[in-house]
Design a protein around this ligand. Structure first.
Ligand code: ASP
Length: 430
């Protein structure tokens, strides 16, 4: 059995068992039972740590891979001009697709109107249930408040080791690597040869370790899926069911229709071939819920499955994993409009436009880690005049939505790298 098939199997098995257990034993909201406590024990004390081990193995290689691949990618491009050309196009892709996704989310909610289906009593009940988690996210968001300016200022790290030490500050490492790579193009090749060979070796080693980590993926993925699904209260899902269906529907549509079409149009890859090549990538993104943790796999998918040159994949993926989040933008559009509907607030055209802008900015600013966008989402809610505590309404089902929004987040990076490779005159693997 091939690895992608095994990973898929792990995913289905973990999810299936988790959902079945939750269905059999989860008590009504606000109550508990012995069987449910036991289920939680298995989820927290057995599946969670095993899943975390897998996730941490992936995170472990992210910083060296980001640094090496960007440095080597930029130095390999040979000139600052080439960097500018590629970087400019990548940025156009990031901003264009992210804005498109946000608009799609808004249009979807305006059409389906999921917020009108939630009665005030239900809203109050769910809000009370998740008030504490929401408060945490709000305070996290406030700590990084002034995100519009500060997020951009912080792209330039004051301490590169500090940036490397925090998974949420990868942008700092990216900036440093880009700058160093650009500087390398200005030095005589001989002067940086040893460094380049060294970083190439580090990079290869990390990929080897990643390969080993992926061998464990079927078990890790099964555990991550079990932990997530065993706790997902079906009751909560029913309460905010319309929101859930709208968000998931929008994300899956974007993933499987829009991005597949983009792959066809921009990279010339036929839909079935594209989907087949994405199997491992999607299973990893879905189960880890993290663009950063998936980044090395995105890179491998681009180079090994689709034949994108290493310099291009090495350049696009680290940037894309942190900056390009189509799924997150779509999700933000959906949530904000949904919560506006629940609050009985009408967002005019101008406010919706502001919302698109904010969704794009926060999708860029959000960390590629599980739930990375939630603190920023709290800030966006405040900006458009919705009480951030309303966030509580969607938190009960957010794990599953998070897993799903990570799919387009990473797939868009992949398609971007394929598009750039094609524009640069490379032939992709068919
Ligand atoms: N989990 C998402 C990612 O890593 C970020 C988010 O939307 O919370 O891509």
């Amino acid at each position: 059995m091939s690895l992608p098939t095994k990973i898929m199997l792990g995913l289905l098995l973990g999810a299936g068992i988790g959902i079945a257990c939750n269905f059999a034993w989860s008590p009504a909201i606000g109550t508990t039972s012995v069987a449910y406590e036991e289920l939680l024990w298995w989820a927290d004390k057995v599946a969670h740590p095993i899943g975390q081990l897998f996730l941490r193995l992936l995170f472990m290689v992210v910083v060296p891979i980001v640094f090496c691949s960007l440095f080597l990618g930029v130095a390999g491009l040979g000139s600052v001009q080439a960097l500018g050309r590629l970087g400019g196009k990548a940025l156009v892709w990031f901003l264009g697709t992210t804005a498109f996704a946000a608009v799609l989310g808004i249009v979807l909610v305006s059409t389906v109107q999921p917020g009108r289906q939630v009665s005030p009593e239900v809203a109050a009940r769910v809000q009370a249930e998740y008030a504490k988690v929401a408060a945490d996210k709000i305070s996290e968001g406030q700590k990084g408040s002034g995100f519009s300016l500060q997020t951009f200022v912080e792209i330039v790290p004051d301490n590169v080791v500090g940036a490397a030490a925090d998974n949420k500050k990868v942008l700092g490492v990216i900036f440093f690597a880009l700058l160093l790579g650009a500087a390398a193009t200005r030095l005589a090749g001989e002067r940086t040869r040893v460094l380049r060979e060294f970083l190439e070796a580090v990079y290869e080693l990390c990929l080897k370790v990643l390969g080993w980590a992926m061998e464990l993926a079927p078990i890790g993925v099964a555990c991550l899926m079990f932990t997530a699904t065993a706790k997902l209260g079906i009751d909560v899902m029913k309460l905010v069911g319309w929101y859930f269906v709208t968000a998931m529907g929008g994300l899956l549509f974007y993933q499987f229709v829009v991005l597949t079409a983009f792959a066809r149009v921009f990279a010339g890859v036929p839909p079935l071939r594209f989907l087949r090549g994405c199997k491992t990538l999607l299973a990893t993104a879905f189960s880890t819920s993290s663009s950063n943790a998936t980044m090395p796999t995105t890179m491998r998918t681009a180079t090994d499955e689709f034949g994108v040159p290493k310099e291009i994949a090495g350049f696009v993926m680290p940037l894309g994993a942190t900056m390009n989040m189509n799924g997150t933008a779509l999700f933000e559009g959906v949530v904000v409009l949904f919560l506006a509907q629940v609050s009985g607030l009408q967002l005019g055209f101008g406010e919706q436009l502001l919302l698109v802008g904010l969704a794009v900015l926060t999708a860029i600013g959000a960390a590629g880690v599980p739930g990375g966008s939630l603190p920023l989402l709290a800030v966006v809610l405040t900006q458009v005049g919705i009480r951030p505590e309303m966030l509580a309404l969607i938190l009960g089902v957010d794990r599953l939505v998070d897993m799903t929004r990570t799919l387009p987040n990473v797939t868009s990076d992949l398609v971007c790298s394929m598009w750039l490779a094609r524009r640069e005159g490379h032939v992709l693997k068919s």
